[in-house]
Design a protein around this ligand. Structure first.
Ligand SMILES: C[C@](O)(CO)[C@H](O)COP(=O)(O)OP(=O)(O)OC[C@H]1O[C@@H](n2ccc(N)nc2=O)[C@H](O)[C@@H]1O
Ligand SMILES: Nc1ncnc2c1ncn2[C@@H]1O[C@H](COP(=O)(O)OP(=O)(O)OP(=O)(O)O)[C@@H](O)[C@H]1O
Length: 274
């Protein structure tokens, strides 16, 4: 059985409070985009190890046993005593990009195991498991455009379609740790709440739909801010860093053709249509 975990981009991201548990309350809109990994499992009844993980494509830092797909398996294995599996994970989604690649792999693994082994878990139950694996992991269970609060795990539906818009996602060869990015933030309530700005036309988002991480991450990694500026120079109607970086996305109006840009070597670039 094979599935294709996709990414999210953050449309606006306000970090409003630091909580006593060290995490931060935030407000954002998660929007799913079809840049995808591939994730396959096969049952290996005779295997000695519970998990045999094969990884391909882009490299991921860390040991295989720390991979979030292995953690997702172990979480359900504790409860349901699953048979051993062989996992094939093909990484197309860059890590440390603010695109939620690891979280998406983990959420899709939960859904895959639920279907493959007929565990009969509801979406609400899967979201509860997912939330223990990462703050934005639960989003990928329903995988629909969502307004998120709390630590990024309290969801309410939002009417927003960017269908037809063209998207370019650019990630320089820079890794931003989510934990460090949060550590440099001064939480505050936004002048323009994300939930309100998002109802305005996309052409009005430029100066009002803000990602609070940009103010702390751009000075440390100027190349990220330069990419955002270049996307605007090339005609993006809206451009922003996603999550805690280091990727930046640009939205271009539906009838436009995406520009050809000569990015620096080792820059990742994805072009697609929403
Ligand atoms: C910044 C976002 O990408 C926005 O979409 C997400 O909130 C990040 O979510 P995530 O990658 O799933 O984050 P986790 O892996 O759970 O957390 C990494 C670290 O970021 C910090 N963290 C994360 C989420 C949050 N709401 N407050 C935090 O302070 C914590 O120090 C945590 O140890
Ligand atoms: N399946 C996985 N794919 C990517 N990274 C993984 C995976 N499993 C564990 N990780 C670890 O998680 C770290 C962050 O990867 P991820 O792709 O989720 O970053 P991100 O795009 O910044 O995510 P987020 O938007 O959730 O902060 C990696 O450096 C890696 O050590």
């Amino acid at each position: 059985m094979i599935v294709f975990p996709n990414i999210k981009i953050n449309l606006g991201l306000s970090i409003t409070e630091k909580r006593p548990d060290g995490y931060h309350n935030l407000e954002t809109v998660f929007y799913p985009v079809a840049l995808e990994d591939a994730l396959e499992i096969r049952t290996l009844p005779e295997a000695e190890k519970k998990i045999t993980l094969h990884q391909y494509g882009m490299e991921i830092a860390g040991n295989p046993e720390d991979n979030l797909v292995a953690k997702a398996y172990s979480l359900l294995d504790k409860e349901f005593h699953l048979p051993p599996v062989e996992i094939h994970l093909y990484k197309h989604i860059p890590s440390g990009a603010g695109l939620g690649g690891g979280s998406s792999d983990a959420a899709f693994m939960l859904k895959l195991l639920n279907n493959h082994f007929h565990l009969e878990l509801s979406e609400d139950q899967l979201e509860i498991y997912a939330a223990t694996l990462g703050a934005d992991c639960a989003f990928f269970i329903k995988n629909k455009t969502t307004y998120a609060e709390g630590i990024g795990n309290i969801f309410s539906p939002i009417e927003l379609s960017l269908k037809g818009y063209q998207i370019m996602i650019v990630k320089p060869d820079v890794f931003v740790s989510t934990r460090e990015a949060f550590a440099n933030i001064h939480p505050h309530h936004p002048e323009y709440p994300v939930k309100e700005v998002i109802r305005r036309p996309v052409a009005e988002w430029k100066d009002t739909l803000i990602n609070d991480f940009e103010a702390s991450v751009f000075p440390q990694h100027p190349v990220i801010g330069e990419i955002k500026q270049e996307l605007y120079n090339q005609g993006a109607v809206y451009a922003s860093m996603s999550g805690s970086g280091s990727s930046v996305f640009g939205l271009f109006v539906p009838e436009s053709s995406l520009p050809e840009i000569d990015w620096k070597p080792d820059t990742f670039c994805f072009k697609g249509k929403l």
